[in-house]
Design a protein around this ligand. Structure first.
Ligand code: GRF
Length: 188
């Protein structure tokens, strides 16, 4: 199955997924393209991993450009730290599954403004005892599609947004590949 990965940041999840594929831990999968919406470290990772990559900057024709860039043979779109919001016209054009990873136990701490360390700060401010990561289907409503997999982490007494981010990232490297495997087996 051909996977197209969209990102905006460091791309450690991309790296992890690519390594899982090379080690045979995710079978029947190939990353056919990495698309970034800005200059980011993830693009460099894609190049270093020998993957096809392209930069599509936000602008008037962003959605159209994005739709046109997604290769026709793509079976699954993965958002791995992608910060642009996909709009109605995107969903009209693209009918293959799209999945995303979010650094909280959705539906808690999802939605607009809930990205990066903002999520972890909100979790700590709310005095939660646990947080986690969720892999979910992407729909027009932000972070609200059906959840595929979730895993929690305990919050320790002296937790900071940074230490929590690190903990959550670690479990992302477990559940994202698991969720991808599930979806791939599901797509015929
Ligand atoms: C992850 O924390 C993910 O939950 C969020 O964006 C971050 C991406 O991290 N959607 P990386 O670029 O894969 O390191």
């Amino acid at each position: 199955k051909n996977i197209c990965i969209l990102l905006s940041g460091s791309g450690t999840n991309l790296q992890n997924i690519a390594e899982c594929i090379s080690r045979g831990e995710i079978q029947n999968a190939k990353i056919n393209l990495v698309i970034a919406d800005r200059d980011c470290y993830g693009l460099l990772r894609a190049e270093n991993l020998g993957l096809n990559s392209i930069l599509i900057k936000r602008g008037k024709t962003f959605t159209e450009d994005l739709v046109n860039a997604i290769p026709e043979n793509t079976d699954l779109i993965i958002l791995a730290g992608f910060l642009s919001i996909l709009n109605e016209s995107f969903f009209k054009e693209i009918s293959i599954p799209i999945i995303n990873i979010h650094p909280s136990l959705l539906p808690k701490f999802g939605g607009k403004g809930m990205w990066g360390n903002h999520v972890h700060e909100a979790v700590l401010k709310n005095k939660e005892t646990e947080s986690g990561a969720s892999v979910h289907f992407v729909t027009e409503e932000i972070d609200a599609g059906n959840i595929i997999l979730q895993k929690s982490v305990q919050i320790s007494e002296n937790e900071t947004a940074e230490t929590l981010a690190e903990k959550v990232h670690k479990i992302e490297y477990e559940i994202f590949p698991e969720a991808i495997k599930k979806i791939i087996n599901f797509i015929d």
